[in-house]
Design a protein around this ligand. Structure first.
Ligand code: GRF
Length: 208
């Protein structure tokens, strides 16, 4: 018999460095009641990130760890790990976080960090993925929400969104079309996580 006691909502932390449109897509999903998650904090490395304003609009507090204020990179990463451990989220959502997470952080939150990447992985990892795909001349592009492992954009894939590259499409149009898909698959991946519907076996993610 199913339990009548409602499951506690998952505690979420967002990591973002910039504009925050993916952050907003997830916060909208929570606001509309689709995602059973509690947004605890936005953590950003960039005090000028527009994401801070987006978070404030949804009454989510921000913690700013200004990357440039640390004389040693290691200090920044150490502080980030300590902050995340102190907050102790169920899930970390990297949405436009522009730094590579150190293995210590990934090991502290195994299969509990989700990232959004603007390509159909495993193609076009790293920076400027949309431009890489456009310049390569692929006919199908898209985006991927995935768990973060110790490689670059190499963790188990949760969902992918597809964009067909039409004749004459510009790189900008492609980037916008991919972003529209990102705003669908990131909230959905977070929703499935919060509903305990994701299971991983041999790096394959099943949606239960
Ligand atoms: C997105 O394209 C995301 O895939 C990439 O960085 C961009 C962030 O955009 N990782 P936004 O800050 O969510 O608007």
């Amino acid at each position: 018999m199913a339990s009548l006691i409602p499951k506690p909502r998952k505690k979420l932390v967002f990591l973002a460095s910039g504009r925050g449109s993916n952050l907003e897509a997830v916060l909208q999903g929570i606001q509309k009641g689709k995602i059973p998650g509690n947004p605890a904090f936005l953590v950003t490395d960039n005090p000028e990130a527009l994401s801070i304003q987006i978070a404030a609009k949804y009454k989510v507090p921000s913690k700013i760890l200004d990357f440039r204020s640390f004389s040693k990179k290691e200090e920044y990463h150490k502080n980030l790990l300590e902050l995340l451990q102190e907050i102790s989220p169920d899930l970390i959502v990297a949405c436009g976080y522009m730094r590579i997470l150190k293995p210590e952080i990934i090991r502290a939150f195994p299969n509990r960090i989700i990232n959004i990447h603007p390509s159909l992985l495993p193609a076009f990892t790293g920076l400027h993925a949309q431009k890489q795909a456009f310049d390569y001349g692929v006919k199908i592009a898209g985006c991927t929400s995935h768990f973060v492992d110790e490689g670059v954009d190499s963790g188990p894939i949760i969902l992918q969104g597809v964009v067909k590259i039409e004749e004459g499409m510009s790189e900008r149009e492609l980037t916008l079309a991919i972003l529209k898909e990102e705003h669908k698959i990131l909230p959905l991946a977070v929703q499935y996580f919060c509903e305990d519907r994701l299971s991983i076996k041999d790096r394959k993610v099943s949606i239960l």
